[in-house]
Write a protein that binds this ligand. Structure first.
Ligand SMILES: *Cc1c(COP(=O)(O)O)cnc(C)c1O
Length: 465
């Protein structure tokens, strides 16, 4: 009998269910154990990574064996991000319906560049755009581009702003580039996120030629001390400081900046979602008067990763900045997704987002935001009762914690991070080290918060008072 060729084998595997069954079994086993296990992998789990193949083998590997490797050595070396006691950075969770929808979409393997490549992907993006603009209280008709994360979303928003400011000054930046162009000023808060600087570098606007607006002790721009804004200014504001969770005072800044002719971008990676909750939308007051906004559905909204969004008041400005040829600007009846993003081929990430939004509904989105904030407030209350210092005003989902001295804060954090009980990151706030808690997963319960506070107390004891 003739030996099966490699491609024959792959085609046969595509019709078999056991590969996907196995993936499902492993995934369910992982999910069943994740709440009980260590938050960070231990030394054994990390050394298991050495058992993964070091060299690309000459011969194809059986699919089941590939999955076995991933589950046996990969699963234990994950961070238990979905276990309820991970409070690092600002990461988020992933809602069950969204994960399930993503699995289905992975089997579809749609290319979400153009309507003709995937009518379903295009239709879901169109719905997500409409629903999100409404949910977040942004100007009706705003465009949304679906990208990998807020870093890219900010890049898109600032590209649209740069090109539009230059267009108004009689310069076609897309065609002529920046060399010889009229000067564009960039004004941002002293506490702007690192990703904003990355975008400015990529866009040729320079990381170092920014004008920084002074901020208060929560990282909010001081409206009274804003540099003068004019019609050549890109102004970048923030909804949700990664350390304190604070929001810039939009109402005190944006109307005047608008009147001056600036382009205003709001980095709202996790904070933009405050607008979805009646209890927290006051933080976003006035933000909808900006020109563009960036947000991560994979943070506060608990969509799986790879769900960033750029919103732009002017559909044309975003499409112009993202166009792929001089003549390319078609607003067709059906949405061509690449009109609004830098990439062409990409997966249909709107499937996850659409499923996330449907699974929450408006009330679920509000409840999610409120619960994250309530758990952050509980964290702060319980830690304060244990003698920790809460170094920020807990206005949203971020809590900054310090101990008696800088050494003690660092010692406590180090022990906490290796404890496996919970995981928090660090920052420097007002010149001193601080432990940074971000509550951003729907999985986290008040019991998780209580257990984590006990871990803080033990870590501080271990560090010596
Ligand atoms: C997370 C975050 C970013 C970067 O978003 P990515 O999705 O990681 O690219 C930018 N700004 C703020 C305020 C953030 O919290």
């Amino acid at each position: 009998m003739e030996r099966e060729s490699i491609l024959e084998r792959l085609r046969r595997e595509a019709l078999e269910t056991d590969l996907l069954d196995r993936a499902r079994d492993y995934a369910l086993a992982y999910a069943a154990g994740v709440r009980g296990r260590r938050v960070v992998p231990d030394a054994d789990a990390l050394s298991g990574l050495g058992s993964l193949p070091a060299v690309l083998p000459e011969e194809p590997m059986d699919g089941k064996r590939v999955l076995d490797l991933l589950h046996r050595f990969g699963s234990p070396a994950t961070v238990a991000q979905t276990g309820g006691r991970y409070f690092g950075f600002v990461n988020g969770g992933s809602l069950p319906t969204a994960v399930a929808a993503r699995w289905l979409a992975d089997v579809w393997d749609q290319n979400a560049a153009l309507y003709v490549m995937s009518p379903i992907a295009s239709a879901l993006e169109a719905s997500c755009e409409e629903w999100l603009v409404d949910l977040l209280g942004l100007p009706a008709g705003s465009a949304a581009g679906f990208v990998g994360g807020t870093s890219l979303a900010t890049l898109c928003g600032l590209a649209a702003g740069r090109d539009e400011l230059l267009r108004r000054a009689g310069w076609d930046c897309g065609a002529r580039g920046l060399l010889g162009a009229p000067e564009i000023r960039v004004v941002l808060g002293e506490q702007a996120h690192a990703s904003v600087y990355k975008s400015l570098g990529l866009l040729g606007l320079g990381r170092d030629r920014v004008e920084k607006a002074p901020v208060d002790d929560q990282g909010r721009i001081l409206a009274k001390r804003m540099p003068k804004i004019d019609d050549r200014t890109l102004l970048i504001l923030q909804a949700g400081n990664v350390s304190t969770g604070s929001f810039d005072p939009f109402s005190a800044i944006i109307p005047a900046a608008r009147a001056a002719g600036a382009w205003i971008h709001v980095d709202g990676a996790f904070g933009l979602w405050a607008a979805a909750s009646g209890r927290h939308s006051h933080l976003m007051e006035g933000a909808a008067l900006a020109d563009s906004w960036s947000a991560d559905a994979h943070k506060t909204l608990n969509a799986p990763y790879d769900n960033g969004i750029v919103f732009c008041r002017s559909r044309e400005a975003l499409a112009t900045a993202m166009r792929s040829s001089g003549a390319y600007f078609v607003l067709s009846e059906s949405r061509d997704e690449m009109t609004y993003t830098p990439d062409m081929s990409r997966r249909a990430r709107a499937v996850d987002l659409w499923a996330t939004l449907l699974s929450l509904g408006r009330s679920g989105a509000a409840a999610l935001v409120e619960e994250l904030c309530a758990n952050a407030a509980l964290f702060a209350r319980l830690l304060a009762a244990e003698g920790f210092t809460i170094a920020n005003e807990v206005v949203f989902n971020q809590v900054l914690v310090t101990c008696g001295s800088a050494e003690q804060t660092i010692g406590t954090l180090t022990r906490l991070q290796t404890s496996g009980e919970c995981w928090c990151g660090s920052t420097t706030w007002n010149g001193a080290p601080a432990i940074r808690i971000s509550v951003c997963s729907y999985v986290t319960t008040p019991q998780d918060v209580e257990r984590s506070v006990r871990a803080f107390v033990s870590a501080r004891e271990g560090a010596g008072r």
